[in-house]
Every structure is written in structure tokens, then in C-alpha cells.
Design a protein around this ligand. Structure first.
Ligand code: SF4
Length: 182
């Protein structure tokens, strides 16, 4: 059903303004102090408002990648927000300790043993728009695809603006492992 992201971004020819290379690298500024953090949160609020009434029922269907065959892709800004949330939770090791790994399930490292997302407020767009069978049944034809696509593009543009040499979106676990090893 999905390939790259739940809502595949289309190429936007209009590139957003980027940081001037003559100024200090924005990477030197901690994510929690970056203005883009609030921009990302504002976009997430828009997504949540669009999907109000069809909220995730916490089935955690989308958190077992080996079961669904799907894994959310994340941009650099989404990853920065996830990493901040992980740090606030005590770091990667603390999160992993809480996760019960069952062979073949490929559980998301942020899924707790109690079956909750440990970074729920910071979860990426792919998790917010997974649309499991239960939520699709509730939404049906009301799924605001066009508006969601616009918000996907807004996050991609924000990521390009925030990270000059940002990488393309990557599978969540791959992105996390490359960053956690840095
Ligand atoms: S980030 Fe949270 S909602 Fe998304 S897959 Fe992981 S545990 Fe599930």
C-alpha cells in the first residue's frame, strides 16, 4: 500500500530559503532551541486537527513493522524531534529496555512493553497518518488527502530549510540507528 511515505511527497520546484553558509551552522544550535521545532509542532497540530475524531485507537498495529510490512519514513526535522523526545525519556537505552522484542514483529524501538508509544507527542507524520484498518473504516471517504499532502510537503520544506545538507527521508529504524551511533 505504501512505499516511501504514507503520503508520498511530490517534488516541489520552489525550493525554500535556506540558511546562509556565511552564518553559524544551524546544526550547532540544539534542536530544542531551534525555531523550526515550533514550526514542526504547529504542522503536527494541523495534522491532528485534520484527523480529529479519527484519532489513533492505540492498537499499535503500525508499531510492528514486521507484521504490517510498513515502516514510517522520517525527515531530518522529524528525527530531531524524536531524538529530543527520546532524550527527555532517558535516552535510547532506557527506551529499549522497556520494549519487548518478539521475533519477526520488528517492533518500533519506541514501543513500550505496555504497548504504548513512548514518544507519542513527538511521533512522526507517518505514524499520525498510518490509517490502520480500524481508522480507515471510521474515516472512509472523508480522508483529507489533499490537505494532508500539503502538510507532507510543508514538513519536507521545513526539513530542507532546517538542515542544509539534510538527507532524504529514511525508514525510522535506519535513521535512528545512524543517529544513535554518532
Ligand atoms: S514512533 Fe510511536 S507510534 Fe510510531 S511506530 Fe514507533 S511506537 Fe508506534
Amino acid at each position: 500500500m505504501t512505499s516511501r511515505r504514507e503520503h508520498e511527497p511530490t517534488q516541489d520546484a520552489r525550493k525554500p530559503a535556506r540558511y546562509s553558509m556565511t552564518h553559524a551552522s544551524p546544526r550547532a544550535i540544539p534542536w530544542r532551541k531551534r525555531p523550526e521545532r515550533e514550526e514542526l509542532r504547529a504542522i503536527y497540530r494541523e495534522v491532528d486537527a485534520l484527523l480529529d475524531g479519527y484519532a489513533c485507537d492505540a492498537s499499535t498495529d503500525c508499531c510492528r513493522f514486521g507484521v504490517t510490512g510498513r515502516e514510517p519514513y522520517v525527515t531530518e526535522v522529524e528525527l530531531a524531534e524524536i531524538r529530543a523526545a527520546i532524550a527527555e525519556n532517558g535516552g535510547h537505552r532506557a527506551t529499549r529496555k522497556r520494549s519487548l522484542e518478539i521475533a519477526g514483529e520488528r517492533r518500533c524501538p519506541m514501543l513500550t512493553a505496555a504497548g504504548k508509544c513512548s514518544i507519542y507527542a513527538a511521533r512522526p507524520l507517518g505514524c499520525r497518518t498510518f490509517f490502520c484498518d480500524a481508522s480507515l473504516k471510521k474515516m472512509g471517504a472523508k480522508l483529507p488527502r489533499v490537505k494532508l499532502q500539503a502538510l507532507v510537503r510543508a514538513i519536507d520544506a521545513l526539513s530542507e530549510k532546517a538542515f542544509v545538507r539534510g538527507e532524504d527521508s529514511r525508514p525510522l529504524t535506519q535513521a535512528l540507528s545512524s543517529h544513535s551511533s554518532k
